[in-house]
Design a protein around this ligand. Structure first.
Ligand SMILES: [Zn+2]
Length: 229
């Protein structure tokens, strides 16, 4: 794999404002994760400033599509709103298939009403091979829901008051950073989640107080995605 540059893509429905300072908060979080990789592995990735896109559709139109046929509840991310977002930015000239870049899509949407089971997804990887790229790695990963708001400095209390469900593992400022560090591993390797150990492939919510298993370190460093500091 080529040495990787991580590029954040801030995406929102037409009628949802980007959180204040979102680009700065995102760049800051990426810089912290970059430093953590250097700390743990002696090698890390590069960063470029985030780019922003507003969808042509308002949130209700997007949510209506997610409730339509072909979007069965509980299906993988390839069948939810992230896929539509990636297809949208690709159709507007954003080159998805750049094998020197790992993309981090932040999806800013409103909370769903209580009891609404629309399958919109929480976070994870999106296979770039689904968008015509001739490679699967480096991949792309998505973050949505309250995690994007935590990343942009909102408090758990404010998020709960706004109607977000905030699970324990995604309720701290460090959680989105740990999620970024974790998803990058998926974007670059086929490593499974470790079943034991206090590691980023297991308990990412404890970032930065987690590390890698020795084998994971070896695979990550030899993947070529990271450049020695
Ligand atoms: Zn994972």
């Amino acid at each position: 794999m080529k040495p990787q540059t991580v590029e954040a893509v801030l995406y929102r429905p037409a009628d949802v404002p980007e959180p204040p300072g979102a680009a700065n908060f995102t760049a800051q979080a990426l810089a912290e994760v970059q430093g953590w990789y250097t700390d743990r592995l002696g090698a890390s990735f590069s960063i470029v400033p985030p780019v922003s896109f507003a969808a042509g559709q308002a949130w209700e139109e997007i949510a209506a599509a997610a409730r339509g046929p072909g979007y069965a509840p509980g299906t993988a991310c390839g069948f939810n709103i992230w896929r539509a977002a990636v297809a949208d930015i690709a159709s507007r000239g954003f080159n998805i298939c750049d094998d020197s870049r790992t993309r981090f899509l932040l999806y800013f949407r409103p909370p769903l009403p209580a009891g609404d089971e629309t399958p919109v997804g929480l976070g994870g990887t999106v296979g770039v091979e689904n968008f015509g790229c001739r490679y699967a790695r480096p991949g792309m990963f998505c973050m949505s829901d309250q995690m994007t708001r935590l990343l942009c400095g909102e408090t758990t209390e404010a998020l709960r008051a706004a109607g977000w469900d905030v699970p324990w593992f995604a309720s701290t400022e460090r959680a989105p950073r740990g999620a970024i560090a974790h998803e990058l591993v998926h974007c670059w390797t086929e490593l499974p989640h470790s079943e034991t150990g206090h590691t980023i492939t297991n308990s990412w919510w404890d970032w930065p107080e987690v590390g890698f298993l020795r084998e994971e370190e070896r695979i990550l460093v030899t993947s070529g995605a990271l450049v020695r500091a």
